[in-house]
Design a protein around this ligand. Structure first.
Ligand SMILES: [Zn+2]
Length: 166
């Protein structure tokens, strides 16, 4: 399958929204983590200033990564809602595209994960541990199927709501 046309880790800046890197994120570690630190839940390792899927020594410090903390607290950073008549007749295909996109992102970036996919009254709601993943999912779906994409960043919080409909 070659449905993911977005180079990993690079998301086109949407025409109407800037990037929001300076936002306060309660799930970013306040203090400096010692390196290496390993997440006891998922095994991601903090090294050279970022979480990575690498091996580390057994005596590394242990602390939950931001993605596992969000999952534990059930605090998504991204909400993606998909709906519409076209969506209803293609929902399995679209779900596969989204899962493929998310797996690819997670393989490169340990903190980018889907938390849950739920069906709610004819719509699909996807929650993510990372705002960029939510945007990326919306952009991947629009890239493949056109439709209407709307991205609302909640000002002052590390939270994004993405709506796609067709
Ligand atoms: Zn983790």
């Amino acid at each position: 399958m070659s449905i993911n046309k977005t180079p990993s880790g690079i998301h086109a800046v949407s025409h109407d929204r800037p990037l929001f890197e300076q936002d306060v994120d309660a799930y970013k570690s306040k203090g400096k983590l010692s390196e290496p630190t390993v997440c006891p839940q998922c095994g991601a390792v903090y090294h050279e200033g970022r979480w990575q899927w690498i091996e580390t020594s057994a005596d590394a410090d242990k602390e939950s990564c931001p993605a596992c903390r969000r999952v534990h607290d059930n605090q998504p950073a991204g909400f993606v809602t998909l709906q519409g008549p076209f969506f209803n007749s293609h929902c399995e295909e679209i779900r596969r595209l989204i899962q493929h996109h998310a797996e690819h992102e997670r393989a490169e970036h340990p903190l980018k994960r889907i938390m849950a996919i739920e069906n709610r009254g004819g719509a699909m709601l996807i929650t993510t541990t990372d705002t960029h993943l939510a945007r990326g999912i919306g952009e991947a779906v629009r890239h493949a199927y056109q439709g209407e994409l709307k991205v609302d960043h909640v000002s002052g919080e590390n939270l994004v709501r993405v709506h796609w409909s067709r």
